[in-house]
Design a protein around this ligand. Structure first.
Ligand SMILES: Nc1ncnc2c1ncn2[C@@H]1O[C@H](COP(=O)(O)OP(=O)(O)O)[C@@H](O)[C@H]1O
Ligand SMILES: O=P(O)(O)OC[C@H]1O[C@@](CO)(OP(=O)(O)O)[C@@H](O)[C@@H]1O
Length: 775
């Protein structure tokens, strides 16, 4: 103390007591809280702001007062205010529910030193029930003796907050002395006026040419004809009906005999997922059907490889899903219920949490044998989006955790009869053609049923299936094995049909050897006519008809005899799907203070680098979306994403709770090192099975996926661009959906900071591009 204008500790306290007793009346604060509202554990969240453009040097406004949180009148423990804008300082804190009045004063002093300490002139301020009493709008400080008077404008806001809200902000407050700056921003907001703009020369502006920032996509989705990515025709491989190994390779299938045994050299996609790195899939339900690839024993689906000593002494590979292991942590989700529910092997349970797991358990407990197995049988003329829809539905259901596989009869046909069949093969008066087509359809159906017996849950059977007779054959085959729902795609828009036909001739392997587009077109039109002659729309069984749905408006979705959890989800997904091209931009928030310190979770503000990214991102979005009439910015409710979005102008911003980072429960705010040291078992459990590991009192990746389902549906439904500013774990889960990555890979997907992943949704599916704005 001792500097002119400063007062002793006692001096402040004495004055406080005096004025406090005499206080009353006067001007109310901006926010006022009635004392009755405090019952039930609610507390008062106080936000104070001071504004002065002239303050310079080391002096920082502080708040000192009667409550321990603001220093109990000890200036050394006064709370420093944070600089919000160049001339604006702010401080937020909570007050215990039982306080009657809160006495305080502003003071100016360096952040980490006791002197000089300049206390504001005038009486002590009084906050009663959130209301500031007396003349509160100005704070005066005598600086440099009495020569200079610094005048600050004062703003006060008080909110009643629930204990739950407080728990979050209190922790942040205690750990960082960095109260949230974003309280009070409504869930939906828009800042239209360019208040600060992007600062020229601050390094925040970007090159005009955004291509400058494009970086390679680490695991780009395969640029493959979608039908080729469907299940490998197992029956054809086993019966030796294949043409040649070369032919298999043409369809992305590695000859079984060429698969080598070592873990590093095996590249197999055992859950049938379309993954360009993995190009053979096998399944087996009985030993006669089992495909013996040299040195490989396959046991159902998804898995990691562990060496297995086969009875004959040969080294083999055993695929372990990591489910059902007695050592699995308590925190694994529904899968660990399996044994207790008498399902025999835990492997029959889906790799899922929440509603998906609940529905699976209910089906197994109460449903008929077929209930758990579902065949979605596509129906429609050629070029009506059947394969497109099959691929999309497969991706969605797998992402939710349902074992799903796409069976494309065209792939069987091409493998068995070659790709160069002319339109004659499809004529309704060509009995050999009809028989050959029925035969491959039956083979695909048989494979699908076999696969279901081996644990598969949803088969998507993709063919025209355009006559009652064919559908009747499929229904007979399904009896006692699975439930069938027909999914008919109908399109009456000639311009869309024309576009689809063009895409077919350009992309289908059927026309890969036809260099003359016109000749291809003529042949395809003939093929189409052959189908049209015999086409019978679906009217039997359970069905869903999608009629002119591609535009996302108008159109019809008809359903008949549909019930159950999964069919319900499928209908809901299809209702919201459309083909309108639009980008979805995914990005993590700018670097946060916790990111710098290596701490998980929390709700900290951005680091300097993070703030710079926020500006660059705003600049990027302005350029990237400048020709878009509408677009929306989605953030989580955590301040690192809201602050990242704050410089973005002109687009509505929406906060989604579902976009909040994975809840790390008791580990929230810790470093990975600290978790390893203090909770080694938890650390080890997570390392072993990061997908299913649930933080104590927190979430697992599977939980995150479950809560993101409405976000995916909404992203599918939107017809304008969306920018999603979220978090590492959440974006891994969202990205996995668009990039069709298997669930087991989700927790390890690379999701760098300061990078934008642009997902282009379009008529041929999903494309990806990445921009890295900062190193
Ligand atoms: N419901 C739909 N109606 C009409 N066209 C669609 C639909 N869904 C997707 N498409 C478009 O149809 C194109 C060709 O679809 P494809 O799935 O190959 O046809 P199909 O399997 O019926 O022969 C796709 O690239 C897509 O642009
Ligand atoms: O699942 P892991 O790999 O731990 O990644 C999730 C973690 O990512 C972090 C950063 O480490 O996300 P965020 O970018 O939102 O800060 C943590 O908050 C979160 O717990």
């Amino acid at each position: 103390m001792g500097t002119s204008g400063s007062k002793s500790i006692d001096g402040i306290g004495a004055e406080a007591a005096g004025v406090g007793a005499a206080g009353g009346g006067g001007e109310a604060g901006e926010g006022a809280a009635s004392p009755e509202a405090w019952h039930g554990g609610a507390q008062l969240y106080v936000s104070l702001k001071m504004e002065n453009a002239r303050i310079s040097g080391d002096l920082v406004p502080h708040v000192c007062g009667s409550e321990p949180i603001i220093g109990s009148w000890d200036p050394a423990r006064a709370l420093a205010m944070e600089r919000e804008l160049a001339s604006m300082w702010q401080l937020s804190f909570v007050v215990p529910p039982d306080h009657e009045t809160l006495d305080f004063k502003f003071l100016l002093k360096p952040k980490d030193a006791a002197t000089p300490c300049i206390i504001e002139e005038g009486p002590t301020r009084l906050l009663t029930g959130g209301m500031l009493e007396g003349d509160v709008r100005v704070a005066l400080f005598k600086h440099n003796g009495d020569d200079e008077v610094l005048e600050f404008r004062v703003f006060n806001k008080a909110d009643i907050v629930s204990p739950l809200e407080l728990a979050a902000s209190w922790r942040v407050y205690k750990e960082n002395f960095q109260p949230s700056r974003v309280r009070g921003i409504p869930d939906i907001s828009i800042n239209v006026a360019p208040t600060h703009g992007t600062e020229e020369g601050s390094g925040a502006t970007l090159e005009l040419d955004l291509e400058h920032y494009v970086v390679p996509t680490p695991t780009a989705p395969p640029n493959e004809y979608p039908a080729n990515l469907a299940a490998t025709p197992a029956s054809l491989i086993q019966t030796g009906a294949l043409q040649t190994n070369d032919m298999l390779l043409n369809y992305g299938i590695q000859s079984p005999s060429s698969v080598s045994a070592g873990p590093s050299s095996v590249s197999a996609d055992f859950d049938g997922h379309s993954n360009h790195k993995k190009n053979i899939e096998t399944w087996a339900t009985d030993s006669s059907k089992k495909i013996q690839t040299s040195g490989l024993v396959e046991s159902k689906s998804v898995g990691t490889f562990t060496p297995l000593q086969k009875p004959d002494g040969q080294k083999g590979m055993f695929i372990d899903r990591g489910v059902g292991s007695p050592k699995l942590p308590k925190s694994t989700s529904a899968c660990s219920l399996a044994s207790g529910l008498g399902f025999g092997s835990a492997k029959t349970m889906p790799e899922a949490a929440g509603a998906v797991a609940a529905a699976a358990v209910a089906d197994r407990l109460h449903g008929s044998k077929e209930d758990g197995k579902l065949a979605i049988v596509l129906v429609g003329l050629p070029a009506r989006g059947k394969t497109f829809t099959a691929v999309k539905l497969t991706r969605y259901l797998r992402w939710l955790g349902h074992e799903t596989r796409h069976f494309n009869v065209g792939k069987y046909r091409r493998l068995k009869h070659g790709a160069n069949l002319s339109a004659d093969f499809f004529r309704d008066d060509n009995p050999e053609g009809i028989e050959a087509r029925n035969e491959v359809a039956a083979l695909a159906m048989e494979d699908m049923i076999d696969w279901m017996h081996g644990g598969g849950q949803v088969g998507i059977f993709d063919a025209t299936n355009s006559t009652r007779k064919r559908r009747c054959m499929l229904m007979k085959m399904a009896e006692g094995n699975c439930k069938i729902i027909f999914l008919e795609t109908i399109c009456n828009d000639p311009s869309i049909i024309e576009r689809n036909i063009r895409l077919k001739i350009q992309q289908s392997p059927d026309y890969a050897d036809q260099p003359d587009y016109e000749a291809g077109l003529q042949d395809f039109m003939e093929r189409l006519m052959n189908y049209e002659k015999v086409y019978e729309p679906v009217g039997e069984g359970s069905y869903i008809k999608m009629i002119d749905m591609v535009k996302g408006q108008g159109g019809q979705l008809q359903v008949n005899n549909i019930s159950g959890y999964l069919p319900g989800r499928i209908v809901f997904f299809l209702v919201n799907s459309h083909l309108t091209p639009r980008p979805i931009l995914l990005t993590r928030h700018g670097e946060s203070l916790h990111n710098v310190r290596g701490r998980v979770g929390g709700d900290t503000v951005l680091s300097e680098a993070g703030e710079l990214y926020a500006k660059k991102l705003a600049n990027f979005i302005e350029k990237r979306l400048k020709s878009e009439k509408t677009a929306t910015i989605w953030t989580s409710t955590l301040q690192r994403t809201i602050l990242t979005a704050s410089p973005i102008l002109g687009f509505p911003k929406i906060q989604w709770r579902a976009l909040d980072e994975i809840n790390s429960g008791v580990c929230d705010g810790m470093t990975y090192e600290e978790i390893k040291k203090t909770m080694p078992e938890e650390f080890e459990s997570r390392r072993k099975d990061k997908l299913r590991y649930r933080y104590p009192r927190g979430e697992s990746y599977l939980d995150v996926i479950q809560r993101l389902e409405p976000v995916i549906i909404e992203l599918e439904r939107q017809r304008a661009p969306v920018v999603v500013i979220s978090h590492q774990a959440v974006l891994r889960a969202l990205y996995a959906y668009f990039a069709d990555r298997p669930l087991r890979e989700v927790p390890d997907i690379e999701m760098p900071l300061h990078t934008i992943i642009e997902i282009q949704m379009g008529v041929t599916g999903v494309e990806e591009k990445r921009y890295k704005l900062m190193d």
